[in-house]
Design a protein around this ligand. Structure first.
Ligand code: FRU
Length: 490
């Protein structure tokens, strides 16, 4: 790559658009050996505006090729979030026999023809050439409801048992489920969520899929992901919750009680994420928008705004409190691993931090720490003269903390400097952390993916060292592996 992709704060191994504004990932689908990533895109500004679908493709979800804009606003409005599927059986009639193609199902966000009242309706576009060009369906919109203002972000999948397409749609603060046999005519099936989970803000960008529990085929549960918009009052801004339950093609039944809220990520910067459709090897892979509506329009990048998280494989495991989503970066991330060095069995004395000259900016850290007598221990990363980001375990409060209050530039928003908190339980006094550090983000996966904390940071200085510390007692380093990572933009 030329000068672009070398700018200040430019992510080096996360997807970001070459220029201008991006938000939600959209229409992710695997087809003809390519992973497609579409995204909410405003080509005329680095702030949000009339939405288009930007487009990129990849062979491995790590290295991306940017393609021209896929969908433009039209007479029905801007092109808001949605999904894409392969219409294998030509249920729409858009394709030729034995030549399946892609159908995008998205929200047309416009105004009613006879008033200036906003409306959100669902529309279709299809592509016969692997997503390179798109035709909008002449029967658009295919689904509307004049009674609801927030009526958007359709995620569609094929439900084999009932032989129907299923759509989950964000409707105010619930998810409404519709079914269809041809993607064009939709029938109401059920509504979920009046009382369940968090209602801190408007519900957006749902997803619904089935996964085996603890890897056992035949023992499956359904996962419903729901993003919750920023309402200006919560500490966290916009964030993402999920539900575990049963789905019979019509109704989703939550396994947990109404008061239980499960968070997909405890960091501030993972929003509006959904999963890929039509991946053939059985994996469920998710990607999120690595920002927060609280300050997304203000983050200090110039040429472009926003990046995606690393793609993550989602699985279900039974842990202490029940069945939970486990997330790990996809194995394809191995393709950017360079040199590594391994250190073993060290002791961090109380108050005597160990420091290592780590001056690489793109690294993965895998560390297992064991509490001997300390109450707080952890790592200081992106450590330079005046800046640092601290990832620590607060043993007394069972918390994993990611402190970005001194991580670099932060005064673009009073909500940005923060200590992000995730619940953590030590196992035999030990904790395992996997960290991915890019130019302007860190992703922390704790205890083999039980907990994720995704956080933007904007260090203005280069990292000089890695520091390990232990307070009020001793901590043992069981294992430490630092791996240099490669840029994907070459
Ligand atoms: C989520 C969201 C969606 C909407 C899109 C508009 O971040 O608000 O609900 O479709 O962004 O860009």
């Amino acid at each position: 790559m030329t000068q672009t992709y070398k700018e200040k704060y430019r992510p080096q191994f996360h997807f970001s658009p070459q220029e201008k504004w991006m938000n939600d990932p959209n229409g992710m689908v695997f087809f003809n050996d390519e992973y497609h990533l579409f995204y909410q895109y405003h080509p005329f500004s680095t702030t949000w505006g009339p939405m288009h679908w930007g487009h990129a493709v990849s062979k491995d979800m790590i290295h991306w090729e940017q393609l021209p804009i896929a969908l433009y606003p039209d007479e029905h409005g801007a092109v808001f979030s949605g999904s894409a599927v392969v219409d294998w059986k030509n249920t729409t009639g858009f394709f030729e026999e034995n030549q399946p193609g892609l159908v995008a199902i998205y929200t047309s966000a416009g105004t009613y023809p006879d008033s200036d009242r906003t409306c959100q309706r669902q529309s279709l576009a299809y592509s016969k050439d692997s997503g390179r060009t798109w035709v909008k369906y002449e029967g658009n919109p295919v689904l509307s409801d004049i009674a609801i203002t927030d009526f958007r972000d359709p995620k569609v999948f094929w439900h084999e048992e009932t032989r129907k397409w299923v759509m989950v749609l964000a409707t105010g603060q619930t998810i409404t489920i519709y079914t269809s046999s041809n993607l064009k005519e939709w029938e109401f099936a059920s509504e979920f969520g009046h009382k369940s989970g968090s209602h801190d803000g408007v519900w957006e960008c749902p997803d619904l899929f089935k996964l085996p529990v603890d890897g056992e085929q035949g023992n499956e549960k359904w996962v419903m992901i729901v993003s919750i918009g920023d309402n200006g009052e919560t500490k966290e801004g916009s964030r993402t919750q999920y539900f575990i339950g049963e789905f019979d093609g019509i109704t989703f039944v939550n396994d947990n009680d109404e008061a239980t809220t499960l968070w997909l990520d405890y960091g501030r910067d993972n929003y509006a994420g959904v999963s890929w459709s039509d991946i053939q090897d059985g994996r469920r892979i998710y990607i999120g928008w690595m920002s927060n509506w609280r300050y997304a329009n203000q983050v200090p990048t110039k040429e472009w705004r926003s990046a995606m998280t690393l793609p993550r494989e989602l699985t279900l495991a039974t842990i202490r409190d029940g069945i939970r989503v486990i997330q790990k970066p996809v194995k394809e991330v191995n393709s950017i691993k360079l040199e590594n060095f391994v250190l073993q069995e060290m002791t961090i004395e109380s108050g005597k931090a160990l420091s290592f000259p780590v001056n690489k900016q793109l690294i993965e850290i895998n560390i297992e720490l064991e509490k001997e007598s300390s109450n707080q221990f952890g790592l200081v990363i992106r450590h330079s003269e005046t800046e640092n980001t601290k990832v620590s375990i607060d043993v007394l409060n069972d918390l994993l903390l990611v402190d970005r209050t001194q991580s670099g530039e932060y005064n673009f928003s009073s909500s940005f400097p923060s200590v992000q908190e995730a619940p953590i339980v030590l196992k035999n006094n030990r904790v395992k952390l996997q960290l991915f550090m890019d130019t302007s983000s860190i992703e922390v996966f704790a205890n083999d993916g039980e907990i994720a904390v995704t956080s933007l940071i904007f260090p203005s200085e280069l990292s000089k060292e890695l520091v390990l510390f232990s307070n009020d007692g001793i901590t043992n380093v069981v294992d430490l592996k630092i791996t240099e990572l490669d840029t994907i933009w070459k």
